[in-house]
Ligand binder design. Sequence first.
Ligand code: SAH
Length: 240
Amino acid sequence: MGLTLLLSIVLFAGVDLVHADAFQAERDGMISEIEQDVRDTSNWLKRSALDDRVLAAMARVPRHAFVPEELVGRAYQNSPLPIGHGQTISQPYIVAIMTDLLELEPGQRVLEIGTGSGYQAAVLAELGMEVWSIEIIEPLGERAEAALGEAGYGEVHLRLGDGYYGWEEAAPFDGIVVTAAASHIPPPLVSQLAVGGNMIIPVGSRFSVQELILISRVGADEIVTRQVLPVRFVPLTGGH
Ligand code: SAH
């Protein structure tokens, strides 16, 4: 009797451990794939490895909590996945390089345009940033708010609306990450970038190759831009 009870406790604990470990192992596999992709694209990125803190944060964030239930089994594939409403959660490699290129320090202020699933916002919060994020599709914004809260990132500031105009009351930002492709660099976002801050944004049309552009504000009236990498994103919508 006592032995049976003990055995079932051990088995139960074992099952739970296996479950937790399975996701950690999958996350670690995802990180290895990101590191390989970074090595393969190092000429574009101008670096052969990412900041360890970015990879460590991504090794902790439960990506499976930000994908639709039926896709949980594919949550740690290094690929974008559909999240409904014609939108996608970005490829982990893309999330990693965009986060890395912002060159953030803990406690800095970051604005994201295109909350989508909430995953990118979670990665930034896990890195220790104060995060503001704007989503234009209401049901996605609501689902992201729930997912972020459940995963322990309830401190992220969320708003529904057109991110083209930024979040004036919370500006300036040390980092701005735009996760949908714009036809041009939105001037309101550039003006909300702090001196010393970086913005990363895909620019180009829906039907052609888009370029990931890094914009650094090096002075009050001076910005420097650099093309990083050809990419493919869903379009930035809205009335601008
Ligand atoms: N960062 C997201 C990626 C989502 S895909 C993630 O980690 O899951 C891009 C998102 O940008 C979509 O949800 C889309 O609805 C949103 N979007 C498109 N145009 C927008 C705009 N003008 N303002 C705010 N969000 C926008």
